[in-house]
Design a protein around this ligand. Structure first.
Ligand SMILES: [Zn+2]
Length: 311
């Protein structure tokens, strides 16, 4: 069984509040752990949320404002302390290479890290491993910022009853998957006859940005979209001025991009007393899918697979 969920480590923009830590999100995706935008305090939030340093296989930073990266030194040093043995890819906007170097060496520690830095330039494809492709696109904020998306290719799910009915078992199943056809008991069997489409899943992470084409492109057909919604709709002017989205705009991106589950986060401290409910309502007024108002330390599952590849 695949295990795919978002662990919310922090949800505050700019200044943390009593109930919200600075940003931080771990996407558990089968055997991978992608840590997005570790803000200040992420190391301790990981402890509260049951996330270990050795789970982290990639770190993706959207930009180098403090609420998205001041947790980097602590997380890296914890990974070193825990002797994380594997190579960890670190993605960040290429213009921030020097800032990343400062964060990485912000204090003295015995460096046992195996990092592979992946500055993201003008292009968008970062990596394509067999199980998913990770992409980045430039967003529209006051400093160089990228959003990310993860795309699992469409595949096919083998149907055990259909295989059994044709007497196909053991290594023949793998051969049929590889070659697309097989002769069993004198009969030609194609892979389509004994399998059904398995639509790939998509995850998108859109942080600090104004409305822009890249935000829609990243969100396209996402099963889960994590989207900043710093402001309520009444503050649309402020949002535009400071390069942020309103809750209604986050809903608009989700609605126009065919998103299934929208996770709102990165809230301004001004909404602390009302607990963000207004923001969820405003996103839901334009987006008919599911809206989740992210809360610190919650685990939000990636929705079950779509039933067919039709998007
Ligand atoms: Zn921010």
């Amino acid at each position: 069984m695949s295990h795919r969920e978002l662990v919310v480590l922090g949800t505050a923009s700019q200044a943390p509040t009593r109930s919200r830590n600075h940003n931080g999100y771990l996407l558990r995706w089968d055997g991978e752990g992608l840590l997005f935008d570790p803000g200040e305090g992420t190391q301790r939030q990981m402890l509260f949320a049951g996330v270990t340093a050795s789970e982290i296989t990639r770190i993706c930073i959207t930009h180098f404002h403090g609420d998205h990266c001041l947790g980097v030194p602590g997380v890296l040093q914890r990974m070193s302390l825990d002797r994380v043995p594997h190579v960890v890819d670190v993605c960040y906007p290429a213009e921030g290479e020097e800032v990343f170097a400062r964060l990485r060496h912000a204090s003295l520690f015995r460096d046992m890290l195996h990092l592979r830095e992946r500055p993201v330039g003008g292009g968008d494809a970062i990596t394509g491993i067999s199980s998913f492709r990770l992409e980045a696109r430039a967003l529209s904020h006051g400093v160089p910022t990228v959003g990310y998306r993860l795309i699992e290719p469409d595949g096919r799910r083998m149907l055990p009853e259909q295989l059994a009915a044709r007497g196909i078992s053991g290594p023949d199943i793998g051969r049929l998957q590889r070659e697309g056809r097989l002769v069993a008991d004198g009969q030609l069997v194609t892979v389509d006859q004994v399998s059904e489409p398995k639509p790939g899943q998509r995850f998108a992470f859109v942080m600090d940005t104004r409305l822009c084409d890249a935000a829609f492109a990243l969100a396209d057909q996402a099963d889960m979209l994590v989207c900043e919604s710093t402001f309520a709709d009444a503050e649309a002017g402020l949002a535009r001025e400071y390069g942020h989205l309103t809750a209604g705009q986050a809903g608009q991106i989700a609605a126009e991009s065919g998103v299934r589950r929208l996770v709102l986060t990165h809230f301004s401290q001004r909404y602390e007393s009302e607990n963000g409910d207004r923001l969820a309502r405003q996103a839901a007024s334009v987006f008919a899918g599911e809206v989740v108002l992210a809360r610190d330390l919650e685990h939000v599952p990636v929705p079950p697979r779509r039933l067919s590849a039709d998007r």
